[in-house]
Each structure stands twice: as C-alpha cells, then as structure tokens.
Write a protein that binds this ligand. Structure first.
Ligand code: KG4
Ligand code: ZN
Length: 356
C-alpha cells in the first residue's frame, strides 16, 4: 500500500510517501522543511511562529513530496498524520491538511502518536535489506526534545513505559545547556560536534558533572539537575567561557554524563525485561557517540540481542516514520479506528502512548 505521511508537531513541516508491503517499508520520498533558523534567534521553538510557518509550507511540501515520488493521488491508499503529542497550533496545521485531503480525495485517514512514529522509524527497511528483522519483545529507548522513555513492546502497537524522565527530556537538556554555553539552537548537533573535538583528558575543566540517578533502583531519568550543575560550572569559570577549548570540554563532559545514564538505564531495563531487540529513536538518537556506546554496551552485555538504530534522517522528526507506524496500525489494530475516516482525527497535545 502507498501511504502519505504528514508531520507538523514541532518545528519541521514534513511529508513522505512510503510503499509498504509484507512488512517491507520502502521510503519513496521524504521531504522535511526545517524551521530551525527561524526559531534559533528565540533560543527555542515559538509555537505560534511554528504554526505560521507550517501553514505557509504544508501544501508546497506535500506537493514536492508527491512530485518527487512520481505518485498520483489516485494511487494513495492511506493518509497518516501526527495528531499528538506536540504543540497544538503546530499539530492543527498538519491535522487540518490531512482531513482536507481525506475529504477531497475520499481516502481513509488516520492520526498517529508522534512517539509511535519515532519507534516505528526502526521498521523502515534499509535499502540493502528486504524486510526488517526486529524480533519481539523490543525495548526501545526514545530520546527526543520532548520525551525520554524506555518503552517495552511485547507485540505490535502495545507499549509499556518502564522508565521515563521525571523532569527534562534528554534533548531538552542538550538545548538548555547549549543556551547556557551561548551555542545556539538546537543544542544537540552543536554540542555533539564540539564534544567530538575532545579526544582525551580535559586540560581546563577540573571537575566532573554528576550522572543523575545512575545508581537508583528504578528506570527513571532526571536531567534538570544536570543542567543546573552545568550552570554552576560555567559561573565558577566565567572567564573561561570565551575559551573554545573550555566550552568543548564542558560539552564533552555534559554529553558523556547524558550518554552514561542513558546506556546504564537501558542495560538495566534489558536485564529485567529480556528483550530480543533493543532499539533507539528520537532526535537525540542521531547522536553518533550515543549510538556507538549503546551499541557496544548491548554487544558486551547481551551478545544475542539485536541492536537497531534508524538512519539519522529518520531519527529526527520526519513523516516517513508516521507513515511506517500507520502501516502497522492498519495491519494489527483489531478494532479498526472507526473505518479510518478523516472525521475522527483529533489533535491532542497530551496524547499518551500507552492509552490509545
Ligand atoms: O525527535 P526530534 O527531532 O523532535 C522532537 O520530537 O522533540 O528531537 C529534537 C531534539 C532536540 O532537542 C535536539 O537538540 C536533539 O533532538 N538532537 C540531538 C542531536 N540531533 C538532534 N541531540 C544530541 N545529539 C544530536 N546529534
Ligand atoms: Zn520527534
């Protein structure tokens, strides 16, 4: 089946065409129009500005996507759109576009949870492979700008949140620390680039940062205190803030702390729940050091467990992941969502993954 995916939950206007058959999900076109530069000067996403940009871009992005895929609307079998969670003014633009197209083209349409999309990015088939090879139970570390969760899936569409952040999400911590260091928005890619320039010991940094909750007996996270610890570190060394080496060392130490905690909690969760596959998704999973270290930890602790990461372009927000999740919703959801009519789709800023 040919699925048109649409995503506007935050600051990317995205559309995608995927072709899905017998668990092989092939991306035919994947268009993402990023608003990063617009929001950078505010140090974060401004919801109403995001909505205005989505409104301007949504139809050109969908048009470009169809053109690039060389697909006529007649051949589309399903329209899938992110309906939550996210910024409500932003979500409404995508949802409204999907509803309008569903009505106009008389096609079934379905709302998809954004994090379900991130998880199903792992099911997008690599070009070299015929089918995905993910085996249940799957333990998925979801790390994005708004979420940090360890999600256990015993089968398709069933989610058990076994651990989550008590305050800031991992991506949010990257963004806030980048702001403290005067590095701009979004923080993740900038911090990881700086961190990669520090191979060995620190020359200017004389203290380490905490690894919050790393030894706690639960699977939850907390990154808010870590951000405060960076703030104190910066205040103590204010004069060094203009020194590039110093900023790179703090970036490295901060990133190491986040990765140590994420890896340690994922391994702890795997010891309890014995997954056959461990995967990682969400914007922070684009971080190459996190991919490397989690991959090594899985290989060392559980040599028989598969470790999967999406291609980086499907880690950050995109619409292919939404279309991929929609394929599995169509395939495995027993109670078909009211015949998948555009009439039933509602935007919900606080939609929960485990209560659908
Ligand atoms: O999944 P995503 O694109 O949007 C949300 O659903 O939130 O995630 C965005 C987050 C931002 O906080 C950004 O700083 C972070 O992902 N991010 C990264 C990297 N690339 C993006 N964090 C760490 N390392 C990266 N390479
Ligand atoms: Zn996301």
């Amino acid at each position: 089946m040919i699925i048109l995916g649409i995503e506007t939950s935050c600051d990317e206007t995205a559309a995608s065409i995927v072709s899905a058959e017998k668990d092989k999900i092939a991306v035919v076109s994947n268009i993402v129009s990023s608003q990063v530069r617009l929001h950078a000067k505010w140090g974060g996403v401004v919801p109403n500005l995001a909505a205005r940009e989505h409104l301007k871009n949504i139809l050109p992005v969908i048009n470009k996507c169809l053109k690039e895929a060389k697909i006529d609307k007649e051949n589309i079998s399903l329209i899938a759109v992110t309906c939550g969670p996210g910024l409500i003014p932003a979500l409404l633009i995508g949802v409204n576009a999907a509803k309008t197209l569903g009505y106009l083209w008389q096609k079934p349409a379905i709302g998809i949870h954004h994090i379900e999309g991130h998880i199903y990015a792992n099911f997008i088939s690599a070009e070299s492979k015929k089918n995905n090879d993910l085996k249940f139970p799957i333990l998925s570390l979801v790390v994005s700008g708004g979420h940090t969760q360890l999600v256990l899936m015993k089968k398709h569409l069933h989610y058990q949140i076994v651990g989550e952040t008590l305050d800031d999400a991992a991506g949010e911590a990257f963004d806030k620390v980048a702001r403290i260091l005067g590095l701009g928005y979004p923080g993740g890619p900038i911090i990881s680039k700086l961190a990669s320039k520090i191979p060995g010991n620190y020359k200017l940094l004389d203290a380490t940062l905490p690894r919050p909750k790393i030894k706690s007996n639960d699977l939850d996270f907390s990154f808010s205190g870590l951000k405060t610890a960076v703030l104190y570190m910066v205040k103590k060394n204010e004069k060094l803030l203009s020194n590039k080496r110093f900023v790179a060392e703090i970036s490295h130490e901060f990133q190491s702390s986040v990765i140590d905690v994420l890896v340690s909690k994922t391994i702890a969760a795997a010891k309890i729940y014995n997954p056959k596959t461990i995967c990682i998704s969400g914007g922070v999973s684009a971080n190459s050091e996190l991919r490397k270290q989690l991959g090594e930890a899985v290989a060392k602790n559980f040599p028989r467990v598969k470790f999967r990461v999406p291609e980086a372009k499907y880690s950050i927000d995109n619409a292919s992941m939404i279309a991929a999740a929609a394929y599995y919703r169509m395939k495995y959801q027993r109670k078909k969502r009211d015949a998948h009519s555009w009439k039933k789709i509602q935007a919900d800023a606080n939609m929960r993954l485990d209560q659908q």
